[in-house]
Design a binder for this molecule. Structure first.
Ligand SMILES: Cc1cc2nc3c(=O)[nH]c(=O)nc-3n(C[C@H](O)[C@H](O)[C@H](O)COP(=O)(O)O)c2cc1C
Length: 203
């Protein structure tokens, strides 16, 4: 069983983050979530293992506001994205939206999740489950960014999107993979197996 850092980004597929968290916990994993601001448009962080009284548990769901709590940082205070990186055995980003995909590829780090990625120990696995509109997926930037990430990181596993009617009512490739597929791909990645999915499944 592993310590899974689950990154959630601002795809509509983030509505499934609470179910994905529950599925990973059922497998016996310890799970901490880093949610981008945009992802919280799609799920309520206080729904997931809340504190007594119902408030969000920052030990379960980290938000950017936790990195920047408001009081001036003092020597000895933790650097949260580094603490999270140290804690985790594996980084799973599901859903991975186009914006964060681009940030990862370019090395931009302007929120907690992208800082964790940039500070990642490259010997540890990263599992990425993109989710976006079909035309976003087919944009040339997608394959460019995937290739850059594959070149930068030692162990990246892709869980390709699937085809279905998307939330925007377009039909096509771009939906996040189903939860059981993500759970089993994570298990394969932890076991050191290679996930045979094409980097780029555009036209
Ligand atoms: C209703 C709605 C649905 C969205 N769905 C997606 C999506 O599925 N995939 C995607 O790449 N971007 C999607 N976006 C755009 C992202 O939320 C936007 O690019 C955001 O800045 C991403 O921020 P983040 O990567 O920091 O989470 C959606 C935006 C809205 C308002």
């Amino acid at each position: 069983m592993a310590k899974v850092l689950l990154g959630a980004t601002g795809s509509v597929a983030a509505i499934r983050v609470p179910d994905l968290y529950a599925a990973l916990r059922r497998e016996g994993h310890e799970v901490r979530i880093i949610a981008t601001d945009a992802s919280t448009y799609f799920f309520d962080p206080a729904q997931i293992d809340p504190l007594p009284g119902g408030a969000r548990n920052p030990e379960v769901v980290t938000l950017d506001q936790d990195e920047w709590p408001g009081e001036r940082w003092k020597r000895g205070d933790p650097v949260l994205h580094i603490e999270l990186r140290r804690w985790a055995d594996v980084l799973l980003v599901a859903p991975l939206d186009a914006g964060t995909l681009a940030k990862f590829a370019l090395g931009l780090c302007d929120n907690c999740l992208s800082c964790v990625y940039r500070a990642w120990d490259r010997a540890r696995p990263i599992v990425l489950a993109p989710a976006m509109n079909t035309l976003m997926w087919q944009h040339p930037a997608t394959s460019r960014h995937q290739e850059q990430i594959a070149a930068d990181m030692d162990e990246v596993h892709w869980i390709g999107p699937i085809e279905k009617r998307l939330a925007c009512d377009d039909v096509g490739l771009g939906a996040m993979a189903e939860i059981p597929q993500i759970v089993s791909a994570l298990a394969d990645a932890l076991a050191g197996g290679l996930i045979e999915l094409p980097l780029w499944s555009g036209l």
